[in-house]
Write a protein of this length. Structure first.
Lengths: 63, 276
């Protein structure tokens, strides 16, 4: 299975987990969704950065 | 009769209903005993010794004697510890090496309706852990005056994610978390072509998956017994997503408990205010 569908699935799953995670801090759906989107974007960006760094390290030290 | 919260936990773990009885809740004690022991016994009657095949790990040699008799590695049944201990004594313990070899081979063989039997046994562990929370709550001398008691809210959320929040008065939040858990679970089931939740095949994954009781029951009765063809290309993703859905539901259950608990305190304060 190629990378793009996997990344999309990860993004969706991350967003759903963040809804439950941020749900503990708020009681209304509006703030929960806004906080979930922010957290998902932040974590996804860090994940992409992590993958890029890993690929770069692999290219430099292994290939 | 006075019982400390810690003792209430211990008593309910060992003899479901005993703490409730000692705290003066005879009717609830009967219900606790009937649900925890009844579900366990019904499952054990179907599965028999095969349940020992699904231990999370083989007991370490230096703790084998203890873990054979107090099987905390049998999850999620372990919170129903008294029943697990009784079952360990009812196990046919082979005396010889050949007998042990035959017994180990025998428990690998599937039995009819094992999906249902294993679900009932696992269910008894989850249900008893909620009764433990209930006994602890009662032993603290607290009485819920809100819409629903905290353990009942957690139980509702175990069956249907978010139902505990709805019952405790947070309808919108309940619907939102319900959608999140259900979408995750449905994605997992879809990607695994219905075989993401299957205790006989993937018993370690089944432990977190069982934390979403309603979904696990659906999969146990409907999708798991279906014949499995060639493995789906996304089967690993499906299994993992179903496990994540179960873990998400654990957070939902804890949150529902907290919401119901704070609601009870608020209602108690309101009652006090009105009385003053």
């Amino acid at each position: 299975v190629s990378l793009v569908p996997r990344a999309l699935l990860y993004l969706v799953a991350l967003f759903l987990v963040m809804i439950v995670y941020t749900g503990q801090k708020h009681s209304a759906p509006g703030p929960i969704l806004r906080a979930s989107v922010r957290m998902t974007a932040k974590l996804f960006a860090w994940s992409v950065l992590g993958v890029v760094v890993m690929l770069a390290l692999e290219a430099v030290f292994i290939d | 009769m006075k019982l400390t919260p810690g003792a209430a936990i211990l008593w309910t773990l060992l003899v479901p209903g005993s703490a409730h009885l000692r705290l003066g809740h005879a009717a609830r004690a009967a219900l606790v005993f009937a649900t925890a022991v009844g579900l366990f016994a019904a499952g054990a009657a179907i599965v028999g010794d095969r349940v020992w095949y699904f231990q999370l790990f083989e007991p370490f040699p230096f703790l084998k004697t203890l873990l054979d008799r107090m099987p905390v590695q049998l999850l999620p049944e372990a919170p129903n510890l008294g029943c697990c201990i009784v079952l360990s004594f009812l196990r046919e313990a082979p005396a010889t090496d050949q007998g042990m070899f035959d017994w180990l081979r025998m428990i690998r063989v599937p039995v009819p309706h094992e999906h249902l039997g294993l679900f009932l046994m696992g269910c008894s562990g989850v249900v008893n852990s909620l009764w433990v929370a209930d006994a602890h709550w009662l032993a603290q001398g607290r009485r819920h005056q809100g819409r629903i008691s905290p353990p009942a809210a957690a139980f509702l959320s175990w069956l249907v994610p978010g139902a505990g929040h709805v019952a405790a008065g947070q309808r919108d939040k309940g619907v939102l978390v319900c959608a999140a858990v259900l979408i995750m679970f449905a994605l997992g089931l879809l990607l695994s072509q219905g075989h993401g939740i299957d205790r006989p095949l993937r018993s370690a994954w089944w432990i977190p998956q069982s934390l979403f009781g309603g979904g696990t029951l659906f999969a146990t009765l409907v999708t798991a017994p279906l014949e499995e063809g060639p493995p789906a290309p996304w089967i690993d993703h499906g299994v993992a997503l179903c496990a994540v859905a179960g873990l998400m539901n654990l957070i939902v259950m804890i949150d529902a408990y907290t919401v119901a608990e704070s609601g009870a305190v608020e209602d108690a304060a309101a009652l006090g205010g009105r009385a003053a």
